[in-house]
Design a protein around this ligand. Structure first.
Ligand SMILES: Nc1ncnc2c1ncn2[C@@H]1O[C@H](COP(=O)(O)OP(=O)(O)OP(=O)(O)O)[C@@H](O)[C@H]1O
Length: 237
């Protein structure tokens, strides 16, 4: 559904991604793991258009989308949920969710209908619609961020460290939401420091090191690989 081939990208001081190849199957949930600085978040930024690759191809929906403007990519169905604090705390939950539809803001009936669907799918949205987003717990805020990302019915959702700062109960909420996305036919790409959690909710795992893919397999195979355990998971299980 999306494939990256020979992608080189960086921030001016040399390439962080060094000929990265990555393929995501339609409707799969994939988690990228790897040591700090491996380039995991850079992969997400390159797909969502925040960073244009210097070389290489990113194919999505039959086109090479490398270097396209983020707004065009959102319209094409690719949305990234930022790492943290992506909500406007003084605005209500409803207003925050509706912001996810900004690019189609003139289509009021579509946005109302879409919001109603999301409020049904995520009871929290309906229950706390009028509350300032700043009053929610960390896990609840994450749910609102996810709902906002789904406003324009994306095909591919990119999640950067969804577990960051969450307690164990909220992690369950994140896992449930990823399952909801999978059931709606959305392809999900996650970057996680919490390797056990990330691979636990994913079908596929990708191990990155120094801007390249070291291993791509089922999430379970990677979790169970003793070498991976020693290298990246903080010791063998
Ligand atoms: N905006 C930026 N400007 C300059 N360098 C950056 C920027 N963002 C990241 N880098 C550098 O690119 C390299 C890869 O960063 P990236 O965030 O992709 O790694 P990561 O694998 O996600 O690691 P981490 O888990 O530590 O975030 C790092 O050396 C980092 O310092």
């Amino acid at each position: 559904m999306i494939s990256m081939t020979g992608v080189y990208a960086g921030y001016g001081g040399g390439d962080v991604l060094q000929g990265l190849d990555l393929e995501l199957a339609h409707r799969s949930v994939t988690c990228i793991v790897g040591p700090n600085g491996a380039g995991k978040s850079t992969v997400l930024r390159t797909i969502s258009g925040q960073l244009a690759p210097r070389l290489g191809q990113i194919r999505f929906g039959g086109h090479d989308i490398a270097g396209r403007h983020p707004a065009r990519l959102i319209k094409a169905g690719i949305v990234q949920v930022p790492q943290k604090n992506g909500l406007f705390p003084a605005m209500t939950v409803e207003e925050n969710v509706l912001l996810g539809g900004y690019l189609r803001r003139r289509e009021k009936a579509y946005l109302r209908g879409r919001y109603a669907q999301l409020a049904e799918r995520f009871p929290l949205i309906a229950e706390r619609a009028g509350d300032p987003a700043g009053n929610l717990s960390g896990g609840q805020r994450r749910t609102v961020e996810f709902a906002r990302a789904l406003m324009l019915e994306p095909a591919l959702v990119l999640l950067d460290e969804p577990s960051l700062g969450l307690d164990p109960r909220s992690l369950g909420l994140v896992g449930d939401t990823v399952n909801t996305m999978r059931e709606s036919g959305i392809t999900v790409l996650i970057v996680e420091q919490n390797v056990r959690f990330g691979l636990g909710i994913a079908d596929r795992g990708v191990v990155m090191e120094s801007g390249r893919v070291l291993m791509a397999d089922s999430a379970k195979t990677i979790l169970d690989d003793p070498e991976m355990g020693a290298l990246f998971l903080g010791g063998a299980p």
